[in-house]
Design a protein around this ligand. Structure first.
Ligand SMILES: [Fe+2]
Length: 447
């Protein structure tokens, strides 16, 4: 520690003695400047700075407490230790109340005490400076923040709020600080936002509240982070209108995209209907069964819609198969069968251009795959199949068996359900079969 000390002492012997002991101790590296009059001390301070002052109150040009008061004017931020020969308790108290750090009486203190007091004073001064620095940095940070930052105590009073916060709510500091939240914002206690304040106050778990607030007749979106603090809660509020607008635009774009996908699928199913009314009806019913299975499995609405659309279009590849094969009343030969099997990859080829997150192409490709790998076109196993494909596979079989085919009459829903339960865990996914059983047990669909 390097310290610059000013000693104001008119007794040359005392001054030399103090200078010597302070310079010879090893704890602090002290550079000392000696003056013997108040005016000399003032002259020195006008030109140079000091970290600490050791002051004798009885000087040739000033006596008593006035010495301290006069010097203090020129040493506002410099700690002053009074070191005097006058053992006067009243003067001691006066010195402290006029800003002296300590009052030491010569001949009553040891060298060690003097060093300790000097060291302590220096440390305290450094801590004060650090605190001032951190407080001013904090104030700078708060005032330059574009987020509103405010603290509310446990009685729901604003303790502090930064400039951005005042701008956000259109109020002045005196209208907010020390005022109750419920007085600043009438009716706030009935809002979800206030409930969030209360939860954080009570549970001490941070929360993020997003909501629309009407301030000065303007409706804006805000995101407020509410953190527990030692006083109550510390809040950071941010206007998120721009983000919300982007989200809405994005949602609009997504909705447009979905609408165009639905239209594409509609056009495709109509094309199938013109060429092959049987397949068109089959796809519609598969879509409905698959949707119910998805709901039974607890899938979200977005995924369920994708499954419904995939069901509506899963056999689209059949438009590449000659009509006479599709409607042939007798059993297909090997070549015809091969041709029919191509409808999965052909369907995927058609659908791969339709950009969506619904995996329409993969589902069309996989809907004749079986979980034991015995399906086509690639013979993949259940772990490689999409859940969507497993659902369409089950719905496809149930619909196909329970409806009339060109070469046979309906086998009935019981036979269809019997088939999928027989092959549950072998050809068909167990959970999907269970969900399908529930759909028919609950009469959610009628074929
Ligand atoms: Fe198919």
């Amino acid at each position: 520690m390097n310290v610059k000390m000013l000693i104001v002492e008119d007794n040359q012997g005392d001054a030399d003695y103090i200078k010597e002991i302070l310079e010879n101790q090893s704890e602090i590296n002290i550079h000392i400047h000696l003056v013997s009059r108040l005016q000399h001390a003032i002259d020195f301070l006008e030109k140079e700075n000091a970290d600490i002052i050791l002051l004798d109150l009885g000087l040739p040009d000033s006596r008593g407490i006035n010495t301290l008061i006069s010097l203090k004017e020129f040493a506002v931020n410099i700690p002053i230790i009074v070191l005097t020969g006058n053992d006067d308790q009243k003067l001691g108290l006066q010195s402290i109340s006029n800003g002296a750090q300590d009052y030491l009486v010569k001949n009553q203190i040891s060298i060690f005490t003097l060093i300790r007091v000097v060291k302590y004073t220096i440390e305290r001064q450094q801590n004060i400076e650090k605190l001032i620095m951190s407080q001013s940095n904090m104030k700078l940070l708060l005032d330059n923040s574009s987020d509103a930052i405010y603290i509310i105590d446990r009685e729901y009073r604003y303790i502090t709020i930064n400039q951005a916060g005042l701008r956000m709510i259109g109020k002045r500091m005196k209208e907010v600080v020390n005022k109750k939240v419920t007085d600043v914002f009438k009716g706030i206690e009935k809002t979800e936002f206030f409930m969030a304040y209360k939860r954080v106050m009570e549970n001490r778990n941070p929360e993020i509240y997003v909501g629309q607030f009407i301030i000065d007749n303007a409706k804006n979106w805000y995101e407020v982070r509410i953190d527990p603090s030692s006083e109550g809660i510390l809040c950071f509020a941010r206007n998120i209108n721009a983000r919300k607008n982007e989200e809405q635009e994005m949602a609009g774009t997504m909705e447009n995209l979905k609408r165009s996908i639905r239209t594409t699928i509609d056009v495709l199913t109509k094309a199938v209907e013109l060429k092959d009314p049987y397949t068109a009806g089959h796809q519609k019913r598969v879509a409905m069964i698959a949707r119910e299975i998805a709901i039974e499995l607890g899938l979200d609405s977005e995924r369920t819609e994708g499954i419904f659309l995939a069901g509506s279009i899963h056999d689209i590849g059949k438009i590449s198969i000659p009509a006479e094969i599709l409607s042939k009343p007798t059993k297909l030969d090997k070549n015809e069968m091969m041709m029919v099997k191509l409808h999965t990859s052909c369907g995927c080829d058609l659908l791969k251009e339709v950009e969506s997150d619904w995996h329409l192409c993969e589902i069309a490709l996989q809907h004749h795959e079986r979980i034991n790998g015995s399906g086509y076109p690639n013979g993949i196993t259940g772990d490689k199949m999409l859940l969507e494909s497993k659902i369409i596979a089950v719905a496809d079989v149930v619909e196909a068996m329970s409806s009339h085919r060109p070469y046979r009459t309906s086998l009935g829903i019981e036979a269809a359900l019997h088939e999928i339960n027989e092959q549950k865990g072998i050809l068909y996914d167990e959970q999907v079969v269970d969900a399908c059983n529930q759909v028919f047990a609950k009469n959610r669909i009628k074929l």
